[in-house]
Design a protein around this ligand. Structure first.
Ligand code: HEC
Ligand code: HEC
Length: 223
């Protein structure tokens, strides 16, 4: 009987491990991918905060739109047209000849469908979030994989393998309603000092700037 139970137990562990193996291959959240593209291709004109006063725009003497406000009223379809340039001329509601100015490059040949969708996810983040990205989210992504996924899960849903094994309930970082009201400094404090019975204190393992990087990444999980 004992042997029988042991083998069932090993099988369950095996299934959990399989689940984890699949999770490890999961792709990063769209807003995170979009952020990386935005940093390389867009922020020189649109500026890091999306408001439009980027250093290249200044050089060229052009005025990119303030993405934090304009994007709110635009559908994904329209944003796609604006970014790729394909079908831009059919966009209505523009004051001058219904056209987006030529100063906004046409990216049609540069990005594939999933990259455009990621860019749109990040533009939505810029226009919706009332929290700034305070650290380097790419560093945060690496650290999150290394230290946090075991409990919080690949997409931050609180379903990591260690959480399952120990039957603990980590916070859900992917829920915008829960995350919206938590300020950056509050997240920093919880990560530094830990919380409850199972959220460890990281202050002796991670530096201040690493914790800020993690907070930035966590923000992109709840878009
Ligand atoms: C060379 C400068 C430049 C770069 C680089 C650039 N843009 Fe623009 N963008 C502009 C300008 C200028 C406008 C304003 C066009 C207008 O209002 O007619 C604009 C407008 C937009 C708009 C329309 C805003 C609105 O709702 O009216 C979106 C969306 C946009 N850009 C996204 C992007 C994305 C995404 C990238 C990176 C892949 C990018 N832009 C890169 C210059 C740039
Ligand atoms: C051993 C499992 C475990 C690990 C590893 C872990 N956490 Fe947690 N975390 C938890 C649990 C459980 C909670 C919920 C605590 C509570 O509310 O009592 C939590 C809560 C949090 C919260 C609080 C959110 C809120 O709603 O207040 C943040 C932020 C957080 N964790 C970030 C991290 C980061 C960043 C890492 C990696 C550096 C990490 N955690 C690693 C288990 C873990």
């Amino acid at each position: 009987m004992k042997k029988y139970l042991t083998s069932i137990f090993s099988f369950v562990i095996y299934l959990l491990a399989m689940g984890n193996a699949i999770e490890v291959g999961a792709s990063p959240p769209a807003a995170y991918e979009g952020m990386r593209l935005y940093v390389s291709y867009c922020q020189l004109c649109h500026s890091p905060d999306g408001k439009g006063a980027g250093p290249l725009a200044e050089k060229m003497g052009i005025q990119p739109a303030d993405l934090t406000t304009t994007v709110r009223s635009r559908s994904d379809t329209i944003l796609k047209k604006i970014i790729t340039g394909e079908g831009r001329q059919t966009i209505t509601g523009r004051d001058r000849h219904n056209l987006i100015s030529k100063a906004m490059p046409e990216w049609e040949k540069v990005f594939d469908e999933s990259q455009i969708n990621s860019l749109i996810a990040y533009l939505r983040f810029l226009s919706r979030s009332n929290h700034t990205l305070m650290g380097d989210a790419e560093v945060g992504y690496q650290l999150y994989q290394k230290y946090c996924v075991v409990c919080h899960g690949e997409e931050g849903g609180g379903d990591g393998i260690m959480g399952q094994l120990m039957d603990i309930q980590p916070a859900d970082h992917s829920n915008p309603n829960e995350m919206r009201d938590i300020k950056n400094h509050q997240l920093i404090n919880v990560i530094r000092a830990g919380k409850g019975k199972y959220m460890p204190a990281w202050r002796n393992i991670l530096s201040r700037s690493e914790i800020e990087a993690l907070v930035s990444y966590i923000r992109l999980l709840s878009n």
